[in-house]
Design a protein around this ligand. Sequence first.
Ligand code: FMN
Length: 205
Amino acid sequence: MSDDPLDRLAGVPLAARTPDGVAALRLLLTRYSVSAKRLRAPGPSADDIATMTLAALRAPDRNKMIPFRFVVARGEGLHRLADLFVDYGRRRGKTGDELATERTRALQAPVVVAVVARITHDDPEVPAHEQWACVGGAIGNALLALHFMGYAGKMVSGARAADPAIVAAHCGDGETLVGWIAAGTPDGPPQARGDIDPARIVSEF
Ligand SMILES: Cc1cc2nc3c(=O)[nH]c(=O)nc-3n(C[C@H](O)[C@H](O)[C@H](O)COP(=O)(O)O)c2cc1C
């Protein structure tokens, strides 16, 4: 076992069988969300987004239903998203600075990836909750891939993700706008959230 303190996290030894495994676990266990206001250029390129998508597609997915897709906003796309947020604010009676904040909300991160879920409700083999679990796995894997590539990100949703006009701009029939992954280069080291003792949620059957 290595003496490097990074090879023990939450007091747990990272006892992978290969050095690659230890390195992968180290990276995985140091993934933290970084909010959009702390994300800078460069954001993930088209190739990086393809890599992120491959990682998302490694989420466990019974019968390969692929119950999600991504919609990437960068450049002009971010301005279109900002227009939607401003329109959302206007419809809620916001004015002036509050509307400027709505615009900024969409423009902080260099890349914003909408997560759209497509859950099949009458599948004879894969119930909806399993498909949702796959969507969650995909989001987790996507965030991990961004972290592995030297970016950071944060998944956000909130009231805007449920707004009918914003949903209509992203989703087709039967789809759900889960929210957005803000992605970019973190402005500093990510802040650890504090380790949670694994024993809290693990028991023997
Ligand atoms: C589907 C989904 C939606 C989320 N929506 C929000 C949100 O709107 N606002 C927020 O602060 N965190 C939201 N979160 C949580 C953050 O993405 C993040 O996981 C949380 O701040 C904990 O940080 P950590 O990932 O570093 O542990 C959401 C997470 C998921 C999976």
